[in-house]
Design a protein around this ligand. Structure first.
Ligand code: ZN
Length: 312
């Protein structure tokens, strides 16, 4: 079952404060907010999407800011760290910038020969920026970071698992190949992907399961090009014994979800139709967009959703 997955599509996490979340991802990290919408199941909560200029799959970090949730507890069965790609030689820029912005948890690290800078977002969420040579993807330079140091998209993510075996088999089924092992971390990579091609697995047999809350990743989504590819992938996963949801229309992509044997919630999302479905590229993210079934709530939502103050 190889050849359909194109790398990551998006990573979706939980936070508390929509305004602080927006400030961190647009100002501190220089991403573009490409869509301002609400959670399909809980329309009183935003769904905020940050990425490159067009919200290209493989660049999109998304958040559900639930105003009253408590912090999650990091553990196994979840995404442990989400990693962005930046050009070689730019980590010093990022260290200086994140320090000036008061970002916590700054730590230099080296993994499989990649230089990276680890840090925490506003709810303690674990991220890293890695220097990747020759990443051909264009960065969004129309926002807070106009220079060559800007983020190109995801490099990938690390999954923290108690028992990695079944998830390793699943990744191979999805087209990933084992690349290397270092300090107990096993690296998987996809050939012919969108650039967000790395999944690292950290096996921690004695660490308790994570508890979902602010700062936790809710799910990680992998990209397929088309609806036909998604249906083929869905059938293959079901045939392999996975319990997969029906196709769900998320307005900007179609989604299927399944809980992996290691506990992480995986989604497979289509590259079509994309974030320009209901807004021109020049104005992505500016207006509050509502799923059709929640449009009747617009007047209430426009006065009750927390204010998001865009910062230069
Ligand atoms: Zn998703």
């Amino acid at each position: 079952m190889t050849g359909l997955i194109r790398g990551l599509h998006h990573v979706t996490a939980m936070s508390r404060d929509a305004d602080a979340n927006n400030r961190f991802f647009t100002r501190t990290l220089g991403l573009r907010r490409v869509k301002t919408t609400v959670n399909f199941d809980e329309p009183s909560v935003y769904h905020l999407y940050y990425g490159d200029e067009a919200g290209t799959p493989g660049s999109v970090m998304t958040y559900f800011p639930f105003p009253h949730i408590i912090r999650g507890r990091p553990g196994t069965g979840e995404v442990g760290e989400t990693v962005f790609s930046v050009p070689e030689g730019s980590l010093q820029f990022w260290r200086d910038r994140l320090a000036a912005e008061g970002v916590e948890g700054l730590a230099a690290a080296d993994r499989f020969g990649e230089k990276r800078l680890r840090f925490k977002a506003v709810d303690g969420d674990f991220f890293a920026i890695a220097e990747i040579a020759n990443d051909p993807r264009a960065a969004w330079t129309g926002g807070a970071i106009a220079g060559d140091e800007a983020i190109r998209g995801f490099q990938g993510a690390t999954l923290r698992l108690r028992d990695s075996g079944p998830t390793e088999a699943l990744l191979k089924f999805m087209g990933y190949e084992t690349v290397d092992t270092e300090k107990g971390i096993k690296r998987f990579a996809l050939t012919g992907g969108n650039g967000a091609d790395i999944i690292d697995i950290e096996t921690l047999p004695n660490m308790p399961r994570g508890e979902l809350g602010a700062g936790s990743v809710h799910h990680i989504a992998f990209a397929v090009e088309t609806r036909a590819d998604q249906l083929e992938m869905r059938k293959a996963l079901i045939d392999a014994g996975h319990n997969v949801t029906p196709v769900i229309d998320r307005d900007y992509f179609l989604a299927i979800y399944f809980r992996t044997p290691g506990g992480v919630l995986f989604e497979i999302a289509t590259n079509e139709p994309g974030f320009e479905r209901d807004e021109d590229r020049a104005h992505l993210g500016e207006a509050l967009k509502l799923p059709a079934q929640h449009e009747h709530l617009r007047a209430w939502l426009e006065t009750h959703l927390p204010e998001i103050r865009d910062v230069p």
